[in-house]
Design a protein around this ligand. Structure first.
Ligand SMILES: Cc1cc2nc3c(=O)[nH]c(=O)nc-3n(C[C@H](O)[C@H](O)[C@H](O)COP(=O)(O)OP(=O)(O)OC[C@H]3O[C@@H](n4cnc5c(N)ncnc54)[C@H](O)[C@@H]3O)c2cc1C
Length: 455
């Protein structure tokens, strides 16, 4: 290999030297940060210059229903930050758009890396894609190295004593905590290795946003990436009240890896056990998706696939638009459309309302959330929806139907949250309820009971 010294020498032109150095690539995906990044740390430790790569994956982008998409904007903004940080170190981020397979073929041809480093992604599509990319790279003599970064414990690391996966949260959490050591959340010094390890040859400048094929939406501001320690310290007392800033709002950063899970867990341990539990829920649902990929299409408990959903399209429309006549439901649905966020308590209320009061298939609601949520994550969203529908692991029993009024009284007693999102609340402009709560409740329990009677 040509050493870094050779690249610095004035004897040969820079371009020429970099062309003949053996380099490795680091492929950013759900880990858009330089700090505390496991795979990046290992790439930088390899002794070879590291070419950082991001691919706008057309297989994913082409399936997005709208050409304005908050997630694409969030990713793009994160890439701008990464690219700026890397340019300051004489390198840059190579951003390409296409199918991962086609893009890797081009990169191999142009840069001839000897290895590609990346962090593992556990979703079914990602697992399949990575299998194919590994085969492609290896067929060209390029090593594909993957690392655990997105979670503290992955795949089969937290199982029952007999090696089977947990399907109930509390014992999973107990085991998770019993296995945790400081080593699990120690930061990787990936941002401390020094600019000398980055590829310093020519890297084309980052494409304009339009190059992604998407349009910028008019208004967009993203939650702060800084961990709000003061909020987290009081989380157990504030987390259920949607009108106040009582939760961390870090979900999008954990989703795209602009914040490291190790850092979050370290703060959780120090500051609030209830908040730490939420991070464990995140891993619980990831583990469920890993072991039980059938949840993507059907109920975790298959008996629930027998529920005869009514799927009334008018009611679904009213729910999506926040016009059901149930103020807490409407406030949540309008917050979602306006901001891409919905408070967790309200996610539970709106999801329960759709599946129980309206008897609409949870997968319709899941798909709507998937389209709108900035923090959309397949495992958490699917887990949350199946929990609300009663069909998931450790779900609410089907006969417990949330009353929107009782929930409002407990968690938005002064209707501050409702008034914020439903300005016509309390006036004649506000829609009448599309169903009667008491009637809908009895009907839901009956429909569920009949469908499950042989279970
Ligand atoms: C129907 C439904 C759908 C959901 N869809 C998603 C989704 O697509 N993406 C997503 O990240 N969360 C989802 N959640 C979980 C939860 O509502 C959000 O993580 C939370 O509201 C995000 O706000 P926060 O960052 O302030 O969370 P905090 O309350 O501050 O929690 C800290 C972090 O813990 C994780 N977390 C918290 N609660 C859960 C949970 N129940 N399941 C998994 N992880 C959790 C998130 O990463 C969150 O950022 C869903 C919940 C329900 C009921």
């Amino acid at each position: 290999m040509w050493g870094r010294e050779s690249a610095d020498s004035n004897f040969l032109g820079d371009r020429f030297v970099w062309k003949f150095m053996s380099i490795v690539c680091f492929w950013f995906r759900r880990d858009l940060r330089l700090q505390d990044n496991a795979g990046l740390f290992h790439a930088l430790q390899s002794g070879h210059p590291v070419l950082p790569v991001f691919i706008f994956d057309e297989e994913i982008l082409d399936k997005l229903p709208n050409k304005e998409d908050r997630r694409v904007e969030f990713i793009y903004e994160s890439l701008v930050q990464l690219d700026t940080q890397l340019r300051e170190q004489g390198s840059g981020l190579l951003v390409m758009k296409g199918s991962p397979e086609a893009v890797w073929k081009k990169i191999i041809q142009k840069y001839s890396p000897t290895a590609v480093y990346t962090n593992r992604d556990y979703e079914p599509y990602a697992r399949q894609r990575d299998g194919e990319i590994k085969a492609l790279l290896e067929s060209k003599g390029v090593i594909f190295q993957t690392f655990k970064d997105q979670v503290i414990f992955e795949e089969g690391e937290v199982t029952k004593d007999d090696g089977k996966p947990y399907t109930v949260f509390t014992p999973y959490k107990r085991k998770w905590l019993s296995l945790l050591t400081e080593g699990h959340y120690k930061a990787y010094a990936s941002d401390k290795i020094g600019s000398g390890q980055w590829y310093q040859g020519e890297i084309p400048s980052l494409m304009a946003y339009e190059g992604t094929g998407f349009r910028k939406s008019l208004e967009q501001s993203f939650p702060d990436r800084k961990i709000p320690v003061k909020i987290i310290e009081r989380y157990d007392q504030t987390r259920d009240f949607p009108a106040i800033a009582g939760t961390s709002r870090l979900s999008v950063h954990l989703r795209f890896g602009t914040l490291s899970i190790r850092k979050a867990v370290e703060v959780g341990i120090r500051s609030n056990a209830t908040w730490l539990s939420e991070l464990i829920w995140r891993e619980f649902y990831m583990m469920i998706l890993w072991h039980f990929p059938h949840v993507v299409k059907g109920a975790f408990k298959p008996a629930y696939d027998a529920i005869p959903w009514e799927n009334n399209p008018e009611w679904f429309k009213a729910w999506c638009e926040g016009k059901t006549g149930f103020p807490i439901v409407d406030a949540g649905m309008r917050e979602l459309s306006a901001t891409g966020f919905m408070h967790n308590r309200v996610r539970m209320i709106t999801a329960s309302f759709l599946t129980k009061h309206l008897l609409i298939d949870w997968r319709w609601g899941e798909a709507w959330f998937a389209e709108k949520l900035l923090d959309f994550d397949l495992s958490a969203n699917n887990g949350g929806w199946q929990w609300a529908a009663g069909s998931g692991c450790d779900a609410a029993p089907y006969f417990r139907v949330f009353s929107p009024d009782a929930q409002t009284e407990r968690f938005d007693g002064k209707a501050d949250y409702i008034r914020k999102w439903v300005p016509e609340y309390g006036t004649s402009e506000y829609p009448k309820p599309i169903v009667n709560h008491a009637v809908a409740r009895v009907k839901a329990v009956e429909v569920y009971r009949n469908a499950l009677k042989n279970d």
